[in-house]
Design a protein around this ligand. Structure first.
Ligand SMILES: [Zn+2]
Ligand SMILES: [Zn+2]
Length: 163
């Protein structure tokens, strides 16, 4: 019992009947997009962007962030739709957790004194590329949790507290 009057047809013009609330048959939005670009912008996304004043000096990705439609990563220059940012941040978070656990394991196992360069070297040996800022953060956290204690108030050098 289909009421043909309320049946939607694909917006690409292929006359395919599609479900309620949809505008395209699967993948046909790309066909329509390509046709639109061909008609109005010689098939070129660059020309489309230029026609709206976007380009290398006025990035459309910045405009998307400014408009509130996209977000920027807290840690790097990555920009994307909210869902892409969530995935990206989850990956960053996971990588940081793995590095922190790896460094904490080494600190516990090796003991002794830890300055930023020792932490950097330890994580590099484990295949990571940490920043010194990140190492200092991990040390601060390990100090908060009672594993490390600062040797010198003014320098990021710690020793492992025997437990
Ligand atoms: Zn279609
Ligand atoms: Zn990032």
């Amino acid at each position: 019992m289909t009421d043909t009057a309320t049946t939607n047809r694909c917006y690409c013009g292929c006359q395919t009947a599609i479900g309620y609330g949809r505008t395209f048959a699967a993948g046909h939005d790309k066909i329509a997009e390509a046709a639109y670009l061909a008609v109005h912008h010689n098939g070129s996304v660059a020309e489309l962007l230029k026609s709206q004043g976007y380009g290398p000096d006025n990035p459309v990705t910045d405009a998307a962030v400014e408009a509130g439609a996209w977000k920027k990563c807290d840690h790097c220059d990555y920009k994307g739709a909210p869902e892409s940012i969530r995935n990206h941040m989850a990956k960053v978070q996971k990588a940081e957790n793995t590095q922190r656990e790896s460094l904490e394991k080494s600190v516990r196992a090796l003991g002794g004194t830890w300055d930023p360069s020792r932490g950097m070297q330890t994580l590099r040996d484990a295949g990571y590329h940490p920043s010194e800022k990140y190492i200092r953060e991990v040390y601060r956290r390990l100090a908060d949790s009672g594993l490390l204690e600062k040797v010198d108030e003014h320098r990021a050098i710690y020793f492992v507290i025997e437990k």
